[in-house]
Ligand binder design. Structure first.
Ligand code: SF4
Ligand code: SF4
Length: 368
Protein backbone atom coordinates (compact mmCIF):
# COMPACT_ATOMS: atom_id res chain seq x y z
CA UNK A 1 0.00 0.00 0.00
CA UNK A 2 1.27 3.50 -0.83
CA UNK A 3 2.20 5.47 2.28
CA UNK A 4 -0.15 8.45 1.86
CA UNK A 5 -3.46 8.15 3.76
CA UNK A 6 -6.44 10.47 3.34
CA UNK A 7 -7.30 12.06 6.69
CA UNK A 8 -10.97 13.07 6.64
CA UNK A 9 -10.86 15.43 9.61
CA UNK A 10 -10.63 18.78 7.85
CA UNK A 11 -12.75 18.51 4.74
CA UNK A 12 -13.23 21.31 2.21
CA UNK A 13 -16.06 23.56 3.23
CA UNK A 14 -18.31 25.51 0.89
CA UNK A 15 -17.57 28.92 2.32
CA UNK A 16 -13.84 28.34 2.35
CA UNK A 17 -13.83 27.89 6.09
CA UNK A 18 -11.44 24.95 6.31
CA UNK A 19 -11.60 23.30 9.69
CA UNK A 20 -14.63 25.03 11.21
CA UNK A 21 -16.81 22.60 13.09
CA UNK A 22 -19.78 22.85 10.81
CA UNK A 23 -22.11 20.12 9.61
CA UNK A 24 -22.73 18.26 6.37
CA UNK A 25 -24.32 21.00 4.25
CA UNK A 26 -21.12 22.98 4.68
CA UNK A 27 -18.85 20.27 3.27
CA UNK A 28 -18.09 20.92 -0.37
CA UNK A 29 -19.00 17.43 -1.55
CA UNK A 30 -18.40 18.17 -5.23
CA UNK A 31 -14.83 19.27 -4.57
CA UNK A 32 -14.25 16.42 -2.13
CA UNK A 33 -15.46 13.95 -4.75
CA UNK A 34 -12.90 15.27 -7.24
CA UNK A 35 -10.12 15.05 -4.65
CA UNK A 36 -11.07 11.50 -3.62
CA UNK A 37 -11.23 10.41 -7.27
CA UNK A 38 -7.71 11.68 -7.91
CA UNK A 39 -6.49 9.98 -4.72
CA UNK A 40 -7.92 6.60 -5.74
CA UNK A 41 -7.03 6.87 -9.42
CA UNK A 42 -3.41 7.56 -8.47
CA UNK A 43 -3.29 4.25 -6.59
CA UNK A 44 -3.75 5.46 -3.01
CA UNK A 45 -6.32 3.63 -0.92
CA UNK A 46 -6.22 4.39 2.83
CA UNK A 47 -9.03 6.53 4.35
CA UNK A 48 -9.07 7.67 7.96
CA UNK A 49 -12.25 8.96 9.55
CA UNK A 50 -13.69 9.17 13.07
CA UNK A 51 -16.98 9.57 14.92
CA UNK A 52 -16.66 13.28 15.79
CA UNK A 53 -15.15 14.57 12.54
CA UNK A 54 -17.52 17.16 11.11
CA UNK A 55 -20.09 15.97 13.64
CA UNK A 56 -20.43 12.56 11.98
CA UNK A 57 -20.55 13.96 8.45
CA UNK A 58 -17.00 12.86 7.65
CA UNK A 59 -18.18 9.25 7.96
CA UNK A 60 -21.24 9.85 5.77
CA UNK A 61 -19.20 11.77 3.18
CA UNK A 62 -16.88 8.75 2.91
CA UNK A 63 -19.93 6.52 2.38
CA UNK A 64 -21.34 8.71 -0.39
CA UNK A 65 -18.12 9.50 -2.22
CA UNK A 66 -16.09 6.29 -1.92
CA UNK A 67 -18.07 3.37 -0.49
CA UNK A 68 -21.11 3.76 -2.76
CA UNK A 69 -19.02 4.48 -5.85
CA UNK A 70 -16.12 2.02 -5.66
CA UNK A 71 -15.65 -1.71 -4.97
CA UNK A 72 -15.19 -2.16 -1.21
CA UNK A 73 -11.96 -4.12 -1.61
CA UNK A 74 -10.33 -1.32 -3.63
CA UNK A 75 -9.75 0.88 -0.55
CA UNK A 76 -9.33 0.57 3.21
CA UNK A 77 -11.28 2.35 5.94
CA UNK A 78 -10.02 3.26 9.39
CA UNK A 79 -12.58 4.40 11.94
CA UNK A 80 -12.19 5.00 15.67
CA UNK A 81 -14.15 4.32 18.81
CA UNK A 82 -14.90 7.64 20.55
CA UNK A 83 -13.76 6.58 24.05
CA UNK A 84 -15.17 9.73 25.66
CA UNK A 85 -18.72 8.74 24.55
CA UNK A 86 -18.56 5.46 26.47
CA UNK A 87 -20.12 5.61 29.92
CA UNK A 88 -20.82 1.89 30.33
CA UNK A 89 -20.02 -1.37 28.49
CA UNK A 90 -23.53 -1.21 26.95
CA UNK A 91 -22.47 1.82 24.90
CA UNK A 92 -19.85 0.04 22.76
CA UNK A 93 -22.10 -1.88 20.36
CA UNK A 94 -24.63 0.86 19.49
CA UNK A 95 -21.85 3.31 18.66
CA UNK A 96 -19.98 0.77 16.54
CA UNK A 97 -23.18 -0.13 14.65
CA UNK A 98 -23.89 3.54 14.02
CA UNK A 99 -20.38 3.96 12.61
CA UNK A 100 -20.82 1.00 10.25
CA UNK A 101 -24.12 2.52 9.12
CA UNK A 102 -22.74 6.01 8.65
CA UNK A 103 -19.84 4.65 6.61
CA UNK A 104 -22.06 2.22 4.66
CA UNK A 105 -19.72 -0.72 5.27
CA UNK A 106 -20.04 -4.07 7.01
CA UNK A 107 -16.47 -4.11 8.31
CA UNK A 108 -13.60 -1.74 9.03
CA UNK A 109 -10.08 -2.58 7.91
CA UNK A 110 -8.64 -0.75 10.91
CA UNK A 111 -10.52 0.20 14.05
CA UNK A 112 -8.83 2.18 16.79
CA UNK A 113 -9.51 3.41 20.30
CA UNK A 114 -9.53 7.14 19.68
CA UNK A 115 -7.14 9.52 21.43
CA UNK A 116 -5.81 7.37 24.28
CA UNK A 117 -3.84 8.81 27.13
CA UNK A 118 -3.19 7.42 30.60
CA UNK A 119 -6.63 8.42 31.89
CA UNK A 120 -8.74 7.33 28.92
CA UNK A 121 -6.78 4.09 28.65
CA UNK A 122 -7.53 3.26 32.29
CA UNK A 123 -11.23 3.94 31.60
CA UNK A 124 -11.20 1.71 28.52
CA UNK A 125 -9.48 -1.08 30.46
CA UNK A 126 -12.10 -0.80 33.19
CA UNK A 127 -15.05 -0.77 30.78
CA UNK A 128 -13.69 -3.50 28.47
CA UNK A 129 -12.75 -1.42 25.41
CA UNK A 130 -9.78 -3.59 24.42
CA UNK A 131 -11.86 -6.77 24.79
CA UNK A 132 -14.63 -5.21 22.70
CA UNK A 133 -12.19 -4.60 19.83
CA UNK A 134 -10.88 -8.14 20.08
CA UNK A 135 -14.42 -9.55 19.91
CA UNK A 136 -15.10 -7.43 16.79
CA UNK A 137 -11.96 -8.84 15.22
CA UNK A 138 -13.01 -12.42 15.98
CA UNK A 139 -16.39 -11.70 14.36
CA UNK A 140 -14.68 -10.30 11.23
CA UNK A 141 -16.15 -6.83 11.73
CA UNK A 142 -12.71 -5.28 12.00
CA UNK A 143 -9.47 -6.56 10.56
CA UNK A 144 -6.86 -4.73 12.62
CA UNK A 145 -6.81 -3.26 16.12
CA UNK A 146 -5.00 -0.10 17.13
CA UNK A 147 -5.25 3.18 18.98
CA UNK A 148 -4.38 6.80 18.42
CA UNK A 149 -2.28 8.25 21.19
CA UNK A 150 -1.67 11.58 22.94
CA UNK A 151 0.51 11.17 26.00
CA UNK A 152 4.12 10.51 27.01
CA UNK A 153 6.46 7.70 26.00
CA UNK A 154 6.37 5.94 29.38
CA UNK A 155 2.58 5.71 29.25
CA UNK A 156 2.77 4.33 25.72
CA UNK A 157 5.39 1.77 26.73
CA UNK A 158 3.17 0.54 29.56
CA UNK A 159 0.05 0.31 27.36
CA UNK A 160 1.84 -1.65 24.65
CA UNK A 161 3.30 -4.01 27.27
CA UNK A 162 -0.18 -4.70 28.64
CA UNK A 163 -1.84 -5.05 25.23
CA UNK A 164 -0.07 -7.36 22.80
CA UNK A 165 -3.31 -7.51 20.77
CA UNK A 166 -2.71 -3.95 19.52
CA UNK A 167 -1.30 -4.05 15.98
CA UNK A 168 -0.89 -0.37 15.09
CA UNK A 169 -0.37 2.92 16.88
CA UNK A 170 -1.31 6.30 15.45
CA UNK A 171 1.06 9.00 16.66
CA UNK A 172 1.42 12.72 16.21
CA UNK A 173 4.72 13.04 14.37
CA UNK A 174 6.15 16.05 12.62
CA UNK A 175 9.54 17.71 12.58
CA UNK A 176 8.38 20.47 14.92
CA UNK A 177 7.14 18.07 17.62
CA UNK A 178 9.95 15.54 17.18
CA UNK A 179 11.76 16.77 20.29
CA UNK A 180 8.80 18.62 21.85
CA UNK A 181 8.75 17.54 25.54
CA UNK A 182 4.95 17.66 25.65
CA UNK A 183 4.25 15.67 22.48
CA UNK A 184 7.36 13.45 22.62
CA UNK A 185 7.09 12.36 18.97
CA UNK A 186 10.56 10.82 18.77
CA UNK A 187 10.37 8.99 22.07
CA UNK A 188 6.90 7.61 21.31
CA UNK A 189 8.04 6.52 17.86
CA UNK A 190 11.01 4.72 19.41
CA UNK A 191 8.72 2.94 21.89
CA UNK A 192 6.65 1.62 18.97
CA UNK A 193 9.83 0.44 17.22
CA UNK A 194 10.94 -1.41 20.36
CA UNK A 195 7.55 -3.10 20.62
CA UNK A 196 7.50 -3.92 16.92
CA UNK A 197 4.30 -1.95 16.23
CA UNK A 198 4.03 -0.05 12.93
CA UNK A 199 3.18 3.62 13.21
CA UNK A 200 0.53 5.64 11.43
CA UNK A 201 1.39 9.33 11.45
CA UNK A 202 -1.19 12.00 12.19
CA UNK A 203 -0.57 15.73 12.05
CA UNK A 204 2.57 15.47 9.87
CA UNK A 205 1.99 19.11 8.85
CA UNK A 206 0.83 20.07 12.37
CA UNK A 207 -2.69 21.05 11.45
CA UNK A 208 -1.42 22.92 8.40
CA UNK A 209 0.93 25.19 10.32
CA UNK A 210 4.01 23.66 8.63
CA UNK A 211 2.52 24.34 5.19
CA UNK A 212 3.09 28.06 5.42
CA UNK A 213 6.26 28.92 7.25
CA UNK A 214 7.71 32.19 8.49
CA UNK A 215 9.95 33.66 5.77
CA UNK A 216 13.20 32.81 7.59
CA UNK A 217 12.27 29.13 7.99
CA UNK A 218 10.97 28.86 4.41
CA UNK A 219 14.25 30.37 3.21
CA UNK A 220 16.34 27.72 4.99
CA UNK A 221 14.43 24.95 3.22
CA UNK A 222 14.22 26.68 -0.16
CA UNK A 223 17.97 27.16 -0.24
CA UNK A 224 18.45 23.40 -0.11
CA UNK A 225 15.58 22.35 -2.36
CA UNK A 226 13.75 25.12 -4.24
CA UNK A 227 11.31 22.62 -5.78
CA UNK A 228 9.88 21.15 -2.59
CA UNK A 229 7.06 23.02 -0.82
CA UNK A 230 7.03 23.38 3.00
CA UNK A 231 4.19 20.79 3.21
CA UNK A 232 6.25 18.44 1.02
CA UNK A 233 9.18 18.76 3.42
CA UNK A 234 6.94 17.95 6.39
CA UNK A 235 5.40 14.91 4.70
CA UNK A 236 8.80 13.63 3.60
CA UNK A 237 10.06 13.91 7.17
CA UNK A 238 7.28 11.65 8.46
CA UNK A 239 7.36 9.22 5.54
CA UNK A 240 11.15 8.80 5.79
CA UNK A 241 10.89 7.06 9.15
CA UNK A 242 11.36 3.34 8.50
CA UNK A 243 8.71 2.08 10.94
CA UNK A 244 6.05 4.39 9.52
CA UNK A 245 3.35 2.45 7.74
CA UNK A 246 1.11 5.36 6.73
CA UNK A 247 1.17 9.16 6.76
CA UNK A 248 -2.19 10.92 7.00
CA UNK A 249 -2.80 14.15 5.22
CA UNK A 250 -6.01 16.17 5.17
CA UNK A 251 -6.49 17.36 1.60
CA UNK A 252 -9.06 19.99 0.89
CA UNK A 253 -7.94 21.53 -2.39
CA UNK A 254 -7.05 20.07 -5.79
CA UNK A 255 -3.63 21.70 -5.51
CA UNK A 256 -2.96 19.81 -2.25
CA UNK A 257 -3.89 16.39 -3.59
CA UNK A 258 -1.80 16.95 -6.72
CA UNK A 259 1.17 18.09 -4.67
CA UNK A 260 0.85 15.14 -2.27
CA UNK A 261 0.62 12.66 -5.12
CA UNK A 262 3.82 14.12 -6.53
CA UNK A 263 5.57 13.99 -3.14
CA UNK A 264 4.64 10.36 -2.47
CA UNK A 265 5.24 9.15 -6.01
CA UNK A 266 8.84 10.28 -5.87
CA UNK A 267 9.41 9.73 -2.18
CA UNK A 268 13.03 9.84 -1.11
CA UNK A 269 14.18 9.58 2.51
CA UNK A 270 15.67 12.79 3.86
CA UNK A 271 19.45 13.09 3.84
CA UNK A 272 21.46 14.09 6.94
CA UNK A 273 21.89 17.56 5.44
CA UNK A 274 18.14 17.93 4.88
CA UNK A 275 17.38 16.76 8.42
CA UNK A 276 19.76 19.38 9.74
CA UNK A 277 17.99 22.08 7.69
CA UNK A 278 14.61 20.96 9.12
CA UNK A 279 16.02 21.22 12.62
CA UNK A 280 17.03 24.82 11.98
CA UNK A 281 13.66 25.60 10.37
CA UNK A 282 11.87 24.05 13.38
CA UNK A 283 13.74 26.34 15.75
CA UNK A 284 12.52 29.36 13.78
CA UNK A 285 8.91 28.12 13.57
CA UNK A 286 8.80 27.40 17.32
CA UNK A 287 9.55 31.04 18.02
CA UNK A 288 6.49 32.08 15.99
CA UNK A 289 3.86 29.74 17.39
CA UNK A 290 2.04 31.39 20.27
CA UNK A 291 -0.54 28.62 20.82
CA UNK A 292 0.29 25.10 19.56
CA UNK A 293 -3.29 24.32 18.45
CA UNK A 294 -3.64 21.85 15.57
CA UNK A 295 -7.24 22.80 14.80
CA UNK A 296 -8.57 19.31 15.42
CA UNK A 297 -11.82 20.68 16.94
CA UNK A 298 -12.09 17.97 19.57
CA UNK A 299 -12.65 20.76 22.10
CA UNK A 300 -15.58 22.52 20.50
CA UNK A 301 -18.41 19.98 20.67
CA UNK A 302 -20.54 20.76 23.69
CA UNK A 303 -18.96 24.10 24.56
CA UNK A 304 -21.86 25.83 26.34
CA UNK A 305 -20.70 29.22 25.04
CA UNK A 306 -20.34 27.98 21.41
CA UNK A 307 -16.83 29.37 21.17
CA UNK A 308 -14.84 28.47 18.05
CA UNK A 309 -11.64 27.91 20.02
CA UNK A 310 -9.24 26.82 17.21
CA UNK A 311 -10.29 29.61 14.87
CA UNK A 312 -9.60 32.19 17.60
CA UNK A 313 -6.24 30.57 18.34
CA UNK A 314 -5.36 30.62 14.64
CA UNK A 315 -6.00 34.36 14.64
CA UNK A 316 -3.60 34.71 17.58
CA UNK A 317 -0.94 32.73 15.73
CA UNK A 318 -1.14 34.93 12.63
CA UNK A 319 -1.36 38.65 12.21
CA UNK A 320 -4.03 39.83 14.62
CA UNK A 321 -6.99 40.24 12.30
CA UNK A 322 -9.81 42.02 14.08
CA UNK A 323 -12.22 41.85 11.14
CA UNK A 324 -11.78 38.05 10.91
CA UNK A 325 -12.67 37.83 14.62
CA UNK A 326 -15.74 39.98 14.07
CA UNK A 327 -16.76 37.86 11.09
CA UNK A 328 -16.70 34.75 13.28
CA UNK A 329 -18.92 36.47 15.83
CA UNK A 330 -21.33 37.43 13.06
CA UNK A 331 -21.49 33.76 12.07
CA UNK A 332 -22.95 33.07 15.50
CA UNK A 333 -19.92 31.88 17.51
CA UNK A 334 -19.56 32.96 21.12
CA UNK A 335 -17.13 35.67 22.16
CA UNK A 336 -13.98 34.47 23.89
CA UNK A 337 -15.08 36.50 26.93
CA UNK A 338 -18.23 34.39 27.18
CA UNK A 339 -16.18 31.36 28.28
CA UNK A 340 -17.56 30.19 31.62
CA UNK A 341 -14.43 28.24 32.51
CA UNK A 342 -16.21 24.87 32.74
CA UNK A 343 -13.05 23.11 31.50
CA UNK A 344 -14.67 20.44 29.34
CA UNK A 345 -12.70 21.63 26.30
CA UNK A 346 -9.38 21.24 28.15
CA UNK A 347 -10.24 17.67 29.09
CA UNK A 348 -10.64 16.86 25.37
CA UNK A 349 -7.56 18.65 24.00
CA UNK A 350 -4.95 16.14 22.76
CA UNK A 351 -2.28 18.87 22.81
CA UNK A 352 -2.98 19.62 26.49
CA UNK A 353 -3.40 23.31 25.75
CA UNK A 354 -4.53 25.52 28.67
CA UNK A 355 -7.48 26.73 26.59
CA UNK A 356 -9.12 28.89 29.25
CA UNK A 357 -5.91 30.84 29.84
CA UNK A 358 -5.34 31.31 26.12
CA UNK A 359 -8.91 32.52 25.60
CA UNK A 360 -8.07 35.32 28.02
CA UNK A 361 -5.32 36.33 25.57
CA UNK A 362 -7.90 36.30 22.77
CA UNK A 363 -10.04 38.66 24.86
CA UNK A 364 -7.06 40.96 25.46
CA UNK A 365 -6.21 41.06 21.76
CA UNK A 366 -9.63 41.25 20.15
CA UNK A 367 -12.06 42.53 22.73
CA UNK A 368 -10.23 45.19 24.68
S1 SF4 B 1 -14.08 26.29 29.36
FE1 SF4 B 1 -14.93 27.92 28.09
S2 SF4 B 1 -14.34 27.42 26.01
FE2 SF4 B 1 -14.07 25.56 27.25
S3 SF4 B 1 -15.99 24.43 26.96
FE3 SF4 B 1 -16.21 25.69 28.85
S4 SF4 B 1 -17.13 27.58 28.10
FE4 SF4 B 1 -16.36 26.52 26.30
S1 SF4 C 1 -7.41 23.64 21.36
FE1 SF4 C 1 -6.76 21.49 21.44
S2 SF4 C 1 -8.63 20.31 21.05
FE2 SF4 C 1 -9.05 22.41 20.44
S3 SF4 C 1 -8.61 22.45 18.27
FE3 SF4 C 1 -6.74 23.11 19.32
S4 SF4 C 1 -5.53 21.25 19.57
FE4 SF4 C 1 -7.63 20.60 19.07
Amino acid sequence: MKKLGFGLMRLPLKEGFTGAHLASPDIDLELLKEIIDIFLTEGFSYFDTAFPYHQGCSETALRELAVRRRPRESFTVTDKLPCWEIASPDDFSPIFKLQLERCGVDYFDYYFLHSLDAVSCARMEKLGGFEFLQSLKREGKIKHIGFSFHDGAEVLDAILSRHPEVEYVQLQINYLDWENPLVQSRRCYEVCCRHGRPVIVMEPVKGGSLASLPAEAAGILRELNPELTPAGWALRFAASLPNVFMVLSGMNTLAQIKENVKTFDSLEPLSAKELEALKRAAAVVSRHIVIPCTSCHYCTDGCPAHICIPEYFALCNSIYNLSAYQELLERGFGMASECIGCGQCEARCPQHIPIIEHLKKVVDIFES
